[in-house]
Design a protein around this ligand. Structure first.
Ligand code: FAD
Ligand code: SIN
Length: 525
């Protein structure tokens, strides 16, 4: 039996953005917060390095702004950067008030916070909880949200599509995975806080589930999306058959880690004066170049020259995970490869989280705010989640009383579909999309590769749509239908950018243009 729920606000996503928005609304409004798996499963929980913020007297907003703009390779929107950076201190104070415990200098609770260093930052400005910052943020915010009577968690619920009535979004159809029924959630405001889309690539640092659902739902719902060609590849993902998605934080390089070839030679100084601390696009491309030139499976990240206690104190999770796999990072270099990590583009929102369709807001990695330009600077993402979620809450609270309660939506219609007889079409297409994207739309692109990818994705899209039209929905099919849209948006954006800039490198257009624009795509009406 389908259920109908009416809340003041529905938030789809329980990462840093969804949780901080829910907590900022819950004193006044009734909030449903939805996650496709358990509430912790999302990138937030796995974040390692920390959160960038201007917290040191010798640092300044101007420096953080200019570092972000340099890393963004000429495409950051200055208003968005300024807005984010100038709200960084407040965002961190809010997290501390919620109970997040960040590391202090020498573990002394009365000392200043320990700030680490990452690529592109001209100053130490990353506040962190050892190398498991996301875990500290996620568990604390979930604990706080669980105490709020106005917040209801719906775990293992996967959103399928937005509900649109008279040009306005009034909620979403959501599959309850345990009951296997599609329920109708409605509210005055619906917020997509669904995270990124890096699972569109074969190798990724992201947890399962980052299939770009919010971007695809918003696109089907009529929203603009932007800059989907800028997919960030993290330079250092552990290369090991038993831990294919495990990240080796950029903070390891920030604290002195050096990239080496198998013969021990450093190579980053040949590519950039900032060497291991150049922005990510440069480091990932240099590694890719060396791996292809020498036919290597991986390169090595070496921090073994630092004292053992220092390594164990700063990187306890990385130390233990590697040790369990037989790599003692206090003695041995770590085998690493680049992997898809972050989606810089997404649903276009304004400073209050509003999308181009009324009733629908968005926050976090699923969005395009203009902050990251052509390449996100390390640790600016969690900051963006917090700052934009909190400003979205101000908008919702201000507008709430003037907005009408939505008219009840019809039940999800399953009258024309039957149970799928086999799942092979789904699993095959999943794999094919991710392989095509990795091979043809990866760190280095060319016109020919992009055209090939476009043709193949078009065929898969037709097959997936045919499957969707005939068979009953399930989680894998929901994600696959979204993944194919995200792949298409990335390819179309990459084809339309006739230059190389930041994370988008095309061998046929190796130069950057002098007047770059964002790639803004609008769905057909
Ligand atoms: P997420 O935390 O990814 O959460 C997404 C939520 O949406 C989940 O609850 C998921 O269940 C839900 N969801 C998605 N689709 C659906 C659907 N269809 N139906 C229902 N629910 C859905 N950034 C930094 O700034 N600093 C770091 O140190 C850092 N380290 C990182 C390390 C790793 C390994 C990774 C993968 C990323 C890292 N990042 C870091 C990036 C950062 O963690 C993410 O960009 C950020 O956490 C995204 O938060 P979010 O709230 O947008 O989404
Ligand atoms: C890391 O710790 O290297 C991840 C930081 C980020 O993605 O911002």
């Amino acid at each position: 039996m389908n259920r109908h729920y009416l809340y003041d606000t529905i938030i789809i996503g329980t990462g840093a953005s969804g949780l901080s928005l829910a907590l900022s609304l819950a004193k006044t409004l009734k909030v449903a917060i939805i996650s496709k798996n358990n509430a912790q499963q999302g990138s937030t929980y796995y974040a390692q390095g920390g959160i960038a913020a201007v917290l040191d007297n010798k640092d300044s907003y101007e420096l953080h702004i200019s570092d972000t703009m340099v890393a963004g390779a000429g495409l950051c929107q200055k208003d968005a950067v300024k807005f984010t950076v100038e709200n960084s201190k407040d965002a961190i104070s809010w997290l501390i008030n919620q109970g997040v415990e960040f590391d202090r200098e020498q573990d002394n609770p009365h000392k200043d916070f320990h700030l680490t260093q990452e690529g592109g930052h001209s100053h130490r400005r990353i506040i962190h909880a050892a190398d498991a910052t996301g875990k500290a943020v996620s568990t604390t915010l979930i604990e706080q949200a669980a105490k709020e009577p106005n917040i209801t968690f719906f775990e293992n619920h996967i959103a399928i599509d937005l509900i649109k009535n008279n040009g306005e979004i009034t909620g979403a159809y959501i599959l309850d995975r345990k009951r296997n029924e599609v329920d109708c959630f409605q509210a005055k405001f619906t917020v997509l806080a669904t995270g990124g889309a890096s699972k569109v690539y074969l190798y990724s640092t992201n947890p399962e589930g980052n299939s770009g659902d919010g971007i695809a739902m918003a696109w089907r719902g009529g929203c603009k999306v932007a800059n989907m060609e800028f997919n960030q590849f993290h330079p250092t993902c552990l290369y090991h058959p038993k831990a294919s998605s495990f990240l080796i934080s950029e903070a390891v390089r920030g604290e002195g880690g050096l990239l080496r070839l198998p013969n021990g030679k450093r190579f980053m100084p040949d590519f950039d004066d900032r060497a291991e601390l150049a922005p990510r696009d440069i480091v990932a491309r240099a590694i890719d170049h060396e791996m292809k030139r020498l036919g290597l499976d991986c390169v090595y990240l070496d921090i073994s020259h630092k004292p053992k206690d220092f390594i164990k104190q700063h990187f306890p999770t990385i130390y233990q995970t590697c040790l369990d796999l037989g790599i003692d990072i206090t003695k041995d270099p770590i085998p690493v490869v680049p992997a898809a990590h972050y989606t810089c583009g997404g649903i276009v929102i304004d400073q209050y989280g509003c999308t181009s369709v009324p009733g629908l807001l968005a926050a976090g990695e699923t969005t395009f705010t203009g902050l990251h330009g052509a390449n996100r600077m390390a640790s600016n993402s969690l900051l963006e989640c917090l700052v934009y979620a909190r400003s979205a809450s101000q908008y919702i609270l201000q507008q709430f009383d003037q907005k009408e309660t939505p008219a009840p939506a019809p039940n999800w219609d399953e009258s024309r579909v039957s149970e799928p007889k086999e799942q092979i079409t789904i699993s095959h297409s999943w794999h094919e999309i991710r392989q095509v994207m990795w091979d043809y739309v990866g760190i280095v692109r060319s016109n020919k590769r992009l055209e090939r990818a476009k043709k193949r994705i078009q065929i898969i899209k037709e097959e997936v749509n045919d499957f969707y039209g005939h068979y009953r929905i399930n989680s894998d099919l929901i994600e696959l239908r979204n993944l194919v849209i995200v792949a298409e948006l990335i390819i179309d954006s990459a084809i339309s950018r006739k230059e190389s800039r930041g994370l988008h490198f095309n061998l046929d257009y190796p130069e950057a243009k002098s007047n770059p624009d964002d790639t803004i795509l609008t769905p057909e009406a």
